[in-house]
Design a binder for this molecule. Structure first.
Ligand code: PMT
Length: 413
């Protein structure tokens, strides 16, 4: 997770959703962030400093003048060391103070003093959230460059239904990761495919494979963190659509082909992590196939090669393929690199322990057209995604330089 090694200041104000911050702090600390918590007086009515100190592993800051015993000025130190500041939950009162630039307690003072990105996650009753003054304050926060984490809709603690729920801790952590990540893909459109395809045999059965979608979803998330506009074309998986990513759901290889070709036309980079079925039944039975006395022969026909079709599209885009192999990893992946016309192939030995299908880690070898072969150690799928997107950045740089040079040399009309 890309909050590793970052310092995140978490400012908690007094709303019932403060209970979700305990888990958020735990997840941030578990992911390798240094977490400094600030509690407002009202927040202490909902969560205790002891809980948050235990979960973060650091003393909790509560009042501006608690910190003056230190040789430095405590609130400035907190503001300066932060890589990001998350205010969650932000009550209507705190939203108003932040919009007006009021600094009458430690949390609001640190927000004014920091140069780090400030993420504000409002949570309140739906009528308060819809109130014109609150909405004007929220608009002011946006104008002043605060990163707003929109509240979710649903059942609220006050008994109402509607917008105002604090998003779940994993969503808050992901938004912090977006705020602290490098931004090498700003202005780029990245298309990612993920998951398996299902090829129907009859109304109740299909041919599928073991892809969970985890690898492709990780690439999509990390590309978004790096600033890209991301479209994720995914086969059937149990994963939730990631926030901030356009998700297109498909079932069969031919549906994936249609969606991928449509979105690839405008993409700067395509990463095909999906495990596309190479074959489909020649016929789909209209009714459930009945068990007979003997064996059943199935006739299969080849599905289109989506990557090869994208590589034949007009225009320039960087193509990354995955090669799922059970033997002769590098030789087979090299063959696919050539045959499918991609710039980078991620060779994946799906028989290796903790690698391939449906696990959170992977072991891959990156192979490019220069012949460079780089075997990566076992790492999380997010870290694999980071390594792939590092290579995308490096492979794009010479292309961009070449295009700039040819524009420079082109005779003026
Ligand atoms: O989803 P997970 O559980 O996290 O598992 C991850 C993964 C093992 C699925 C992933 O890491 C992976 O290896 N994906 C590629 C699987 C695959 O289909 O490999 P392949 O060697 O059969 O295909 C080579 C490339 O061509 C792939 O980029 C594939 O998306 C693409 N392809 C394949 C067939 C087809 N008809 N059209 C294609 O575009």
């Amino acid at each position: 997770m890309s909050v590793r090694g970052k310092t995140v200041v978490v400012g908690v104000s007094g709303g019932i959703a403060a209970y979700k911050i305990c888990e958020t702090v735990r997840l941030l600390a578990q992911a390798g962030a240094t977490v400094q918590v600030i509690l407002t007086r009202a927040a202490e009515e909902f969560v205790t400093p002891l809980t948050l100190q235990t979960l973060s592993g650091h003393p909790v800051a509560r009042h501006t003048f608690d910190l003056t015993e230190e040789s430095e000025i405590g609130h400035i130190r907190l503001a300066d060391t932060a890589d990001a500041l998350l205010v969650a939950p932000a009550t209507a009162n705190v939203v108003a103070k932040l919009a007006a630039g009021i600094a009458d307690d430690l949390l609001t003072t640190v927000v004014l003093a920091t140069r780090a990105p400030v993420l504000v996650a409002p949570a309140m009753n739906v009528h308060m959230w819809e109130n014109v003054t609150v909405q004007a304050n929220v608009a002011r926060l946006r104008e002043t460059g605060r990163l707003l984490i929109e509240p979710d809709s649903g059942a609220l603690a006050c008994g109402y239904e509607g917008a105002g729920r604090l998003p779940e801790p994993d969503v808050l952590v992901e938004e912090v990761a977006v705020a602290v990540s490098e931004k090498s893909l700003v202005g780029r459109h990245v298309l990612v495919t993920a998951g398996p395809t299902w090829e129907a045999l009859d109304p109740v059965r299909h041919l599928a494979n073991r892809s969970s979608g985890k690898m492709g979803f990780a690439v999509a998330k990390v590309a978004r963190r790096r600033g890209a506009r991301v479209t994720l074309v995914t086969g059937p998986t149990a994963l939730e659509d990631p926030r901030g990513i356009e998700c297109v759901h498909v079932t069969s290889a031919r549906e994936m082909e249609k969606a991928a070709l449509q979105h690839a036309a405008a993409a700067d980079c395509v990463v095909m992590a999906a495990a596309v079925g190479d074959y489909r039944p020649v016929e789909i039975a209209r009714h459930k196939i009945k068990r007979g006395r003997g064996d059943l022969d199935l006739r299969l026909t080849a599905n289109p090669d989506i990557l090869a079709r994208i590589s034949a599209l007009p225009g320039q885009r960087l193509l990354v393929g995955f090669a799922a192999e059970t033997r002769d990893l590098v030789a087979n992946a090299r063959r696919k690199l050539q045959a499918k016309g991609v710039q980078l192939m991620v060779a994946n030995d799906v028989t290796a322990p903790d690698a391939g299908f449906d696990v959170d880690t992977n072991v891959v070898t990156l192979i490019d057209r220069t012949g460079r072969v780089e075997r990566l150690d076992k790492m999380s799928k997010e870290d694999v995604a980071g390594a792939i997107l590092d290579r995308v950045r490096d492979l794009r740089a010479p292309c961009a330089a070449l295009r700039a040079e040819s524009r420079r040399l082109r005779p003026r009309q």
